[in-house]
Design a binder for this molecule. Structure first.
Ligand code: KG4
Ligand code: ZN
Length: 359
């Protein structure tokens, strides 16, 4: 039983073939990083254009690598939303055409559910099904959500960011300080060279739902820290470095980053990690969770992984393998499998939904 997954919600064109919802036969991700990096973030129009260019070769490669001929496909799963409308539309249109031509079912998948399935797929393959109810913390460039995950893949949204997503905060801080885009991976690598207790940031008081997040105050605090210093020279040195190479090595970054800035990065990362894990813990207590799933691009963060391992949660904590943490299509195909079994198919009228909610 083979499902082709297609993902094009943001700046990655991805296709994958997954067997029986758990075995990844191929997973191809064409990143548009070099297109957007010089703008310091994703430019929607450019993203759509790049998806159009990439979709055919990416799908072809996914089929080839998995050794799957078109007639062997049982269904096509595609990201319906949330995401950039123009970008989503490329994947959806392609998936519809393929299903129409092959006369196979089309399955619509919520991108956020995909991120959760990136973890469930690993656990299921290892025969170690996750014990529900679980808490899922989905942290990426676009989302910071806390869900309760119930038996039968039902979700209850318990907390979300009121402003920036956690990954967005990483990206904005990196951009301000001249570390380029995306910021998460660079800050992650450099944070280990700084003192995470050097700069103290105050935790926001959330009125209303205490499980909601807010990262805009932290971002502003970093901005004030930045404005109180004369950093023009070091920022310029980093921009020069980035104009020579898109992906500087840690050594190259360290050569243009003073200790005080490394301390700031480490303190910023620690604060984000603390905020995430604190709310995940409370959610777990309130719902009587048996597991914690942490997923999305920010789940690659080594500080978050270490802190989660040391936090003494009274239940297992699951992270995706790093390759499945950031956007990919294997997670979309995996999330589609239970829908296939339930016969939950989308029609040819499927539309891109920029703000699609999971719960
Ligand atoms: O899941 P993803 O690929 O795309 C979205 O759905 O948004 O997540 C991308 C986000 C970016 O904001 C990036 O900076 C962040 O994940 N990210 C990280 C790390 N790797 C990626 N953030 C912190 N530490 C990392 N190692
Ligand atoms: Zn994502």
């Amino acid at each position: 039983m083979r499902i082709l997954g297609i993902e094009s919600s943001c700046d990655e064109t991805a296709a994958a073939v997954v067997e029986n919802g758990t075995t990844v036969l191929s997973s191809i991700v064409a990143s548009q990083l070099s297109t957007h990096a010089k703008y310091g973030g994703v430019v929607p129009e450019l993203a759509s254009r790049e998806h159009l260019r990439a979709i055919v070769p990416v799908v072809r490669l996914a089929l080839e690598e998995s050794g799957t001929a078109l007639p062997e496909l049982d269904a096509v799963a595609v990201t319906e939303g949330p995401g950039l409308v123009g970008a989503l539309l490329v994947g959806i249109t392609y998936a519809k055409a393929l299903c129409f031509a092959r006369n196979i079912p089309l399955i619509a998948v919520n991108h956020i559910e995909g991120h959760i399935f990136a973890v469930m797929m690993d656990a299921a393959r290892e025969g170690e099904g996750i014990d529900f109810p679980a808490v899922a913390l989905v942290v990426s460039g676009g989302h910071t959500h806390l869900f309760e995950v119930l038996e039968g893949f039902r979700y209850r949204l318990l907390g979300r960011t009121r402003d920036d997503a956690a990954g967005e905060a990483f990206d904005k801080v990196a951009k301000l300080l001249g570390f380029g885009y995306p910021g998460g991976p660079v800050i992650d690598r450099l944070a280990e060279f700084g003192n995470p207790r050097a700069v103290r940031f105050t935790s926001p008081k959330m009125k209303g739902n205490p499980l909601d997040f807010s990262f805009s105050g932290l971002k502003t605090a970093v901005l004030h820290w930045f404005e109180a210093r004369d950093m023009a020279e070091e920022v310029e040195a980093r921009r020069r470095l980035l104009s020579r190479t898109l992906t500087p090595t840690t050594k190259e970054w360290l050569a243009v980053t003073p200790k005080e800035t490394l301390d700031l990065l480490a303190s910023f990362q620690r604060t984000v990690v603390d905020e995430l894990l604190r709310r995940a813990r409370v959610t777990g207590e309130q719902t009587g969770a048996n597991a914690l799933i942490i997923s999305g691009g920010v789940a690659c963060n080594s500080g978050l992984r270490q802190a989660a391992a040391q936090a003494g949660f009274p239940y297992p904590v699951y992270f995706p393998t790093p390759k499945l943490a950031t956007d990919n299509a294997a997670m979309i195909a995996a999330a589609a499998f239970p829908k296939y079994e339930r016969g939950e198919f989308a029609g040819m009228s499927l539309k891109a939904r920029a703000n699609l909610a999971l719960a």
